[in-house]
Design a protein around this ligand. Structure first.
Ligand code: SF4
Length: 363
């Protein structure tokens, strides 16, 4: 069965999620109404959410605004108490939580506790990491109930890897993946599903077979090939791969890049999944990296439910439905692209079939 479909069935069949279904239906209904009428109609509350544990990172990746020091927001960490406040408000609706935005989640030492708090409420959790903190956290990650662990590895050797993951240690990430796989075996847990994510770039596009081999060795279940986001013509020239299948941009004869957008005046994220930054600011999506379009703050503006239906969100959605091209972040994002952002391969699928589920693992 398709991996995403499997996840969906798994979410809906968890007893703790059954009473969340009426709200999900309301959100799906308002999504459909917005798509047809192009008006802001918000019934229900988000059942998906992205939360940023921190915007700080240990690496210096050149296409990331944290890594390249272009982040204009203050550096910081979300406190566990604030995280719990948010989950206490939204836990009755949430079925899936994405735990990252900018920054490396494991830099926040309370991160694993956050995952556990959400998992205990039946919420599926997914995070994405550069893999440098896995060795010391392996067993706790498995015990936390984390559903999906995405590990970014954009090279099959130190030499290729460090061209993009500046300051990164390939061997540490490799051993970290093995450590989580070993911890899953030891604790007889089928979660987290480990997804190795490979951003396809000019300097690594020859390594598809090598990364497949690496994924097998490390007990990974899903391998995803992702397209890169660039911001300047120079970056396009330096990083975009030759293989056009893995480019979300067209290059004209003079080397200027343009996003390959198919659908312009729509966006599912503003109707489905708010982003809460570490300081409580709500952004429309993870492309608003510097929170230039703040929609409210969950700690000072009445909480997430109030913000979801406030005037700022309504105005932003209306602009998306009518003049998306006028919003700078929306002209260089992955929503409505004519190419797939990810290409996923399921591997080591026997590891999905371990009998004991994570819910039975003692904390
Ligand atoms: S940047 Fe993209 S994902 Fe974000 S609100 Fe705009 S269209 Fe939606």
């Amino acid at each position: 069965m398709n991996y995403v479909l499997k996840e969906f069935v798994d979410i809906l069949t968890k007893p703790k999620n059954l009473f969340k279904i009426p709200n999900m239906l309301l959100v799906v209904l308002s999504y459909g109404l917005c798509k047809i009428t192009r008006r802001n109609i918000t019934l229900g509350y988000p059942f998906l959410m992205m939360i940023e544990p921190t915007n700080i990172c240990n690496l210096r990746c050149p296409l990331c605004i944290t890594g390249s020091k272009l982040m204009t927001r203050e550096d910081g960490l979300m406190g566990l108490d604030n995280f719990k406040r948010l989950i206490d408000e939204m836990g009755r609706y949430l079925v899936h939580l994405t735990l990252w935005s900018q920054g490396e989640p494991f830099v926040n030492r309370q991160f694993v506790e956050m995952v556990r708090y959400a998992s205990d409420r039946g919420i599926k959790t997914m995070t994405s990491t550069n893999g440098h903190f896995l060795i010391e956290n392996a067993e706790n990650i498995v015990r936390s109930g984390l559903s999906t662990l995405i590990i970014a590895v954009d090279g099959a050797s130190q030499e290729t890897y460090e061209k993009y993951r500046v300051n990164g240690k390939f061997e540490k990430v490799y051993k970290g993946m093995l450590a989580v796989t070993e911890a899953k075996k030891k604790l007889k847990s089928k979660t987290p599903v480990i997804e190795l994510q490979f951003i396809v770039m000019k300097h690594n596009e020859h390594e598809f077979d090598a990364i497949r081999q690496l994924a097998h060795e490390c007990g990974v279940q899903v391998l995803s090939f992702k397209t890169a986001q660039v911001y300047t013509d120079d970056q396009a020239e330096e990083f975009l791969p030759k293989n056009e299948k893995y480019r979300r941009y067209e290059l004209d004869d003079t080397g200027h890049f343009k996003t390959r957008l198919e659908e312009v005046n729509f966006c599912r994220w503003v109707l489905l999944c708010p982003v809460v930054n570490w300081d409580g600011t709500v952004s429309p999506c993870c492309f608003d990296k510097n929170a230039e379009y703040p929609l409210g703050n969950i700690f000072s503006d009445g909480g997430m439910r109030q913000i979801w239906k406030n005037e700022n969100y309504a105005k932003f959605r209306k602009q998306i439905f009518t003049k998306r091209k006028e919003i700078p972040i929306c002209t260089n994002c992955s929503e409505g692209l004519e190419v797939e952002v990810f290409e996923k391969e399921e591997i080591n699928s026997e590891l999905f079939n371990i009998k004991n589920t994570n819910e039975s693992v003692a904390v």
